[in-house]
Write a protein that binds this ligand. Sequence first.
Ligand code: ADP
Ligand code: ZN
Length: 752
Amino acid sequence: MNKFEILKTYFGYDSFREGQELLIDAILNGQDVLGIMPTGAGKSICYQVPALLLPGVTLVISPLISLMKDQVQALNQAGIHAAYINSSLSETQISKALQLAAEGRYKIIYVAPERLETYEFLQFAKAVELSMLTVDEAHCISQWGQDFRPSYLKIVQFIRQLSKRPIISAFTATATEAVKDDIACVLGLSYPRITVTGFDRKNLYFSVETPKKKDTYVLHYISEHSGDSGIVYCATRKNVEAVYEMLLEAGVPVTKYHAGLGNGERKQNQEDFIYDRKPVMVATNAFGMGIDKSNVRYVIHYNMPQSLENYYQEAGRAGRDGEPSECILLYSPQDLMINRFLLESKEQNSEFGEDELKTIRERDEERLRTMSYYCMTRNCLREYILHYFGEAGSSHCGNCSNCQKEFEEIDVTEEAKKIAACVRELRQRYGINVIVGTLLGENKAKLREYHVSDYQSYGSLREQTEAGIKEIIRQMMMEDILTQTKDKYSLLKLTAKAKELIEGLITIQIKKPKEDPQAKDALRNISVKQRKSDILNTRGLELFDTLRELRTEIAREESIPPYLIFSDKTLTDMCVKIPFTREEMLGVSGIGENKYKKYGERFISRILDFTGKRKEKLYFGELEEAVSGTEMKTTRKAAKAVKSEFYITPQQAQEFPYKERYLLPELAAALSESRNPDTMKKITGAEIFRYLESRDYVTEKRVDGRWKKIISEKGAEAGLFLAPRISKTGTEYEDVYYDEKAQRMIVELYVK
Ligand code: ADP
Ligand code: ZN
């Protein structure tokens, strides 16, 4: 097989993405490589494809246990033999894995860096043919990086001890020059092929909002995106608890994560999220390291984070599958205060001296300021981010909230000159509030104390508002005409560039949004890149939901996260292409031979059932358009909005086909049967289950790596019982059945 055949057969993709082919070719030529690519760009393929083509074994060094497990599961899903070795395994398991590896059973082995030191592992590495050593998250080797891991330095010693030096490939998402040089140097890469692919994540929509009530905004947004998976980040545990309670109350399938929860609860909640049992996560920034969930459709920041680095990393957890996703930051001026407080109360490492602490504090303050400018800028948000990370973006991306708002430019050069004059006249000894008060000609006790009314500037911008002047000052800071000192008092100072303003060499403009909400909506509808499933019509969306349910069903049977079976993108492509045969199914993006063998027929049979074996067109527009998924005519929102919540009439309840026993999905399907699908949403087994769970009839726990349903006493009384069931893949497991009494109770719930 060649690299293209491997990509198609194992991963189900037709072409390589930017940068991938180049790195793969270099590796296959025996060259070391360093790939710098943002999250979601597809780093794994860059070493997994050559690993299959090289004669021996590829070792992948990875710092996070959870990530290793995920990657290995994904590879095994694709029919590639892989294993991991880390401290989550027992000694016996490790020996067993090494023995199988020595027999050549695995092409790819993931290990934690600590493992490289052990005698047993080194013996193994010397004995097998090591074709390549891959260093994932390679920035961990750099002391300049945000998360330096001393254990990464062991990689270098390890390589030295090998009898033959393998090809070395390193990958990271961190782009700064210092880190890049460090990686190449410390790892001793020899004439490496280095590629840096752009940091722009085109599928992410960025927006900053300043809603009056954040809670209302969040609740509204989440209910409009029900069924989607998303993360809400809050600055404090207290906020997490409050937002979580609010959403729970409103019936959202939500879970939470912060450092104040016990280990067990954190683990359980994280799994609930990953397995889509509870697709909405409310968390502090403690959540997310090593989370590889590909179908996160939105990341909302309830509070402004402390730095743009943090923001881009957290927001970047949206849309790893490349599907359009949204990153929304809810800003209020209070956020700045919360963050200052958090920074001040941050535990400082006692190894630092007074001077170092001061530098750290200043740097933190600087980062915070950059972040708050992001919230206030009227220019393209994407360009702001890319510029910060040292990349030139276009000044208009068309896919952020600022690019979609209409602004008018207002010249404020004269006002800016008066502000600069005031700062100068007051000898740069005051903070922003005194300056603004002086310009406004205010008569406050504090201002009287400073005798500001003696100055010429006093009242020189009397006709302006406080907010108006502050906005101009902000603009002057962004344009580097004014700066604030980094100490506690934040005095306003002029920079060298201020001279140019005073001499009339430059002009200053600010942008004000045009208040025309209709224009904004219209604009949004045409220019926002819609997610792939948005191209589906009402029936298409229904097929999508049906396939999504099947995916969940299989995920439960096999105890793997749903996104490891098929991504949302693959399901959408199925709804567009409606495959009936093996050939047609293999033409769907993300379906390779192995995935077809495992799941193809089940999905085909579900599609045949749904369509009644007739090919239908389930998307808007032309196929070309549907497949490339660009501009759209109607949004998913619009299609969904017209449907009512599910209910049945008393008459329908009486005629319901009660049976001796039902499984929940069957019962939900029988219930949904009676509605008009064009006007009413259907009810799913998962929804009913969640309701019963919230009322303590039944619950679900992971036991020995499998989901197990547990019926409470109350549930047993109501008519729930366990009985064996055989999955389509042949494994036997227990599932919950509902007797007639329980069926009646459930049906009652939906009578209106
Ligand atoms: P990274 O490690 O860079 O964050 P991943 O390797 O996890 O990114 O890949 C992100 C997603 O992109 C995965 O779902 C992967 O299957 C998908 N992907 C990678 N390469 C391609 C490709 N050539 N075509 C389509 N999808 C791809
Ligand atoms: Zn933009």
